[in-house]
Design a protein around this ligand. Sequence first.
Ligand code: FE2
Ligand code: FE2
Length: 292
Amino acid sequence: MDVKEIERLIKISRERPLMPETYIPWQLEPEPDDIFLPEILTSLQGLEIYDTLTPTQKLELGRHELVQVIASYAWGECLFCVFMTRHLITLPADNVEHQFLLRELIEEFRHQEMFAQAIAKLGGKPIKQSRAHKFFGEFSNKYLPADYLFMGSISVELVTDVYGNYARKSPNIYPVLKKMFDLHNIEEGRHILFTKSLLKTYSAKAGYIKRTLYSYVILFNILFVRTMYVKREIYERIGLENPDEAYRQASRNFKQKFADKCLGDIIEFVNEWKGFNNLTRWAWQFWLGAKV
Ligand SMILES: [Fe+2]
Ligand SMILES: [Fe+2]
């Protein structure tokens, strides 16, 4: 791990904190033309059903799906905070990793509060995680070793970073959400640099089997996140006649879009330490639709 680099990241975090309370213009209400999620990231865009929706239904779809995305982030970050806290106890206080993780925890807790506030501002009703998500999330958090959990965290951070970039660069996104994604992008950028530096030590030592396992951990984390975004209940809420059929088509549609738009950085990262091999490549293609 590059200690000088991590110390630099800690210094920025301490000296230039971004407070959601003041950084985000919470007082602004959405204008009639504002959207909540770029169309390209909604699960139905690209399907014939999408063209049959009224403008209000499209707007509502974006609102519900955005709420689902940020509620999923918040839940995932909360789980990761549980792990970081446990991990912190094992590290001496003068250790640079210890110091960075404290900054990361502080920032992640602020993010969770920010997401919850944004959900309240949008009048959102997040749909609870499925039993499978809850089980796998809690199980892996409790039993996987630290290097695997950091692999999982960086994969989610890299993917959500791309997602946030689409949202914050969309010209008519509701300003509260734009600033929320700006803040998250800046701070997650530092978390990514730290975790990459930390994982360099692990992946350099890893042989074929370990690299294969790392690759699977990343794959399942991404699959985990992606399947939390598309929810049948949302199609009911926007008044679709056949929500089951919409859900079936949307899942397939979103899988492809996610593969095309959101996996570039993570594929590059896995490639850096040769995480694609005969045992992993097919799974990335099959489960994620990735072109690897
Ligand atoms: Fe975060
Ligand atoms: Fe983070």
